[in-house]
Design a protein around this ligand. Structure first.
Ligand code: MN
Length: 300
């Protein structure tokens, strides 16, 4: 199933005709704050599935063009992100480490935005804000110390994800924490629809120019390893999101840019970039030295 959130927290299932509203089954769309209905839907999905399936078969759909899609999980307890998880990206950044010996960092849940939202660039003159196209994993069950081989138990589904970042040498979390720096969507695709998440093609364009093209087969720390590593440290909860790392080809976006991310079998998001007037901080007052110099990509 492809599960979308739309129009102020309603939940819909994607069909060829559009979205079938299942907010009543999911206990969603009643304006609650915080909107944790998606977390409970994920937790209770197995039990609710027959009702959802019946709704798919009997209810009329509303056309996708008539709704405003929102990020599928607005209140994850955490967004776990693996840095430098493709060798070619590590090479272009001149990084000597990889996610396998570095572990993860966290992005604040408040950085999560949706497919219809803009990416708001902070007012940090002299700094570049880069796009990082990533496969997002949505955790499906509460677990701790999950062995690698049991990773599928923990995964509810997948989504497209952008890990936006102000390039620099300051604390990574700080540079990646801005509002709208973690677009997730356009919906969640349940894991049963994707047999081989380690064979997914992923592409990102800016204004129609292809910037990133890769396949999840090239992940350094693989998906079972990411789930096991995170759950070794923290209890994972339904709705937690893993940003799996970006391949080579990261680069700057500026005011007015159109960013398009496509992941096979998952979906596509088209996001507009605007220059905001917020976000200045004395931390970014000094120019970033040395400048970002992309390394020559050669065989590692
Ligand atoms: Mn990243």
């Amino acid at each position: 199933m492809k599960i979308a959130r739309f129009d102020n927290g309603k939940i819909g299932l994607l069909t060829d005709a559009g979205l079938v509203d299942v907010s009543d089954i999911a206990g969603a769309g009643d304006g609650q704050w915080p909107d944790t209905a998606p977390l409970r839907l994920i937790r209770d999905f197995a039990a609710l599935r027959p009702q959802l399936q019946a709704a798919l078969e009997t209810r009329a759909a509303v056309p996708l063009e008539s709704v405003r899609l929102e990020t599928p999980v607005p209140w994850p307890s955490k967004v776990i992100a693996y840095p430098v998880n493709y060798h070619a990206h590590g090479k272009e950044m001149g990084a000597t480490y990889r996610a396998k010996n570095q572990g993860f960092f966290l992005k604040p849940p408040s950085s999560v935005s949706g497919p219809s939202d803009v990416i708001e660039l902070p007012a940090v003159p002299g700094r570049e804000v880069h796009h990082e196209a990533e496969l997002g994993i949505i955790i499906g069950k509460q677990c701790r110390d999950l062995p690698r081989e049991d990773w599928r138990e923990a995964v509810f589904g997948y989504a497209c994800l952008l890990d936006m970042v102000v390039r620099g040498r300051e604390e990574r979390v700080f540079r990646k924490a801005y509002d709208t720096f973690c677009p997730v969507g356009p919906w969640m695709v349940t894991a049963d629809e994707i047999d081989q998440p380690d064979q997914l093609s992923m592409k990102l364009w800016v204004n129609g120019e292809l910037r990133q093209a890769a396949n999840t087969r090239d992940l350094v720390l693989d998906i079972p390893g990411m789930v096991a590593t995170a759950s070794a440290v923290m209890t994972l909860y339904p709705g937690d999101i893993i940003a799996t790392g970006t391949p080579e080809g990261v680069g700057p976006v500026v005011d007015g840019d159109a960013v398009r991310i496509v992941i096979d079998q998952v979906g596509e998001m088209n996001l507009r970039v605007i220059q905001g007037n917020r976000g200045a901080t004395e931390v970014f007052e000094d120019a970033y030295v040395p400048p970002i110099v992309k390394q020559e990509l050669t065989d590692r």
